[in-house]
Design a protein around this ligand. Structure first.
Ligand code: SAH
Length: 250
């Protein structure tokens, strides 16, 4: 059977069983995807539920909810120091494909790029496109960039009891894989109600103060292997390890 096309819909567009399509969405469905009135597609609602939908004139009708099982069983937050140039676009795309739930762009001591206005909207859009492409049902949230020290303060004040890992290429940290195996697979099954937060530094690395401060905020420093990865390679590498631990079944 032909794969159904996917389209992200925000809840405000839905009334009862009817979706009001934006002009861009109408153009995309009819001109780009060449769907006609009566054709089916998958509506990815931002509530996380995917529906089979039928295209009509300027609207679409929700037909029935679909069982989509493409999400990781736990929420994974990536706290990422912004890299130079436009490298972050690709990072957002890759980690979305790999199942991240939330991306917090941070400005750390050695961050070179100061993000321009509207960057968040652009990254959120990229996350939406990657969600559709990788057939996920939940679009990750990309937050406004925040100073790393402020992020840590807020984290400490929050009630979050996430497992917190801090990627550090220097030093003799234990591998992320070993930590995840111990922390998540200790019992007979994955501890399902816990989230994971992973912090990754900029090209220039973390300063010693940031390492100390993170440890005080409950982060454990972890290794991603013996080679030093670029700031735009490390996030995908970390997410691939998390995904493998969460989805691997003997
Ligand atoms: N120039 C820095 C390296 C920065 S790499 C230095 O010489 O130390 C960018 C970020 O990727 C690092 O801050 C770290 O969070 C992560 N990273 C890269 N390689 C890693 C590794 N092997 N183990 C753990 N984290 C790593």
């Amino acid at each position: 059977m032909r794969q159904l096309q996917r389209l992200t819909i925000v809840t405000q567009q839905v009334q009862g069983q009817s979706i009001t399509l934006t002009v861009e969405q109408q153009h995309y469905l009819s001109r780009v995807l060449r769907l006609r009135s009566g054709d089916r597609f998958l509506a990815l609602l931002d509530s996380g539920v995917t529906w089979l939908a039928k295209l009509e004139e300027g609207t679409a009708e929700l037909l029935e909810p679909q069982e989509v099982k493409t999400e990781l069983p736990l929420n994974v937050t990536l706290v990422l120091s912004l890299p130079k140039g436009s490298g972050f676009d690709e990072v957002v795309r890759q980690v979305t494909e790999l199942g991240v739930s939330r991306i917090v762009p941070v400005i750390s001591d050695r961050t070179v790029l100061k993000p321009s206005a509207n960057r968040r909207d652009r990254w959120q859009r990229i996350a939406g496109e990657a969600t559709e492409q990788s057939e996920r049902s939940q679009t990750p949230t990309v937050e406004e960039p925040i100073d790393f020290s402020r992020y840590l303060n807020e984290l400490e004040m929050s009630k979050s009891n996430d497992l917190r890992y801090f990627c550090w290429g220097r030093g003799d940290s234990v591998h992320l894989l070993s930590h995840l195996q111990n922390d998540l697979l200790g019992g007979d099954q994955i501890a399902m109600n816990i989230g994971i937060t992973i912090a990754i530094g900029p090209e220039g690395g973390w300063t010693d103060e940031e390492v100390d401060r993170s440890v005080k905020a409950g982060f454990v420093s972890v290794s991603l292997g013996k080679r030093i990865l670029r700031a735009i390679t490390a996030p995908a590498s970390a997410m691939a390890i998390v995904g493998a631990v969460l989805e691997y079944r003997v």
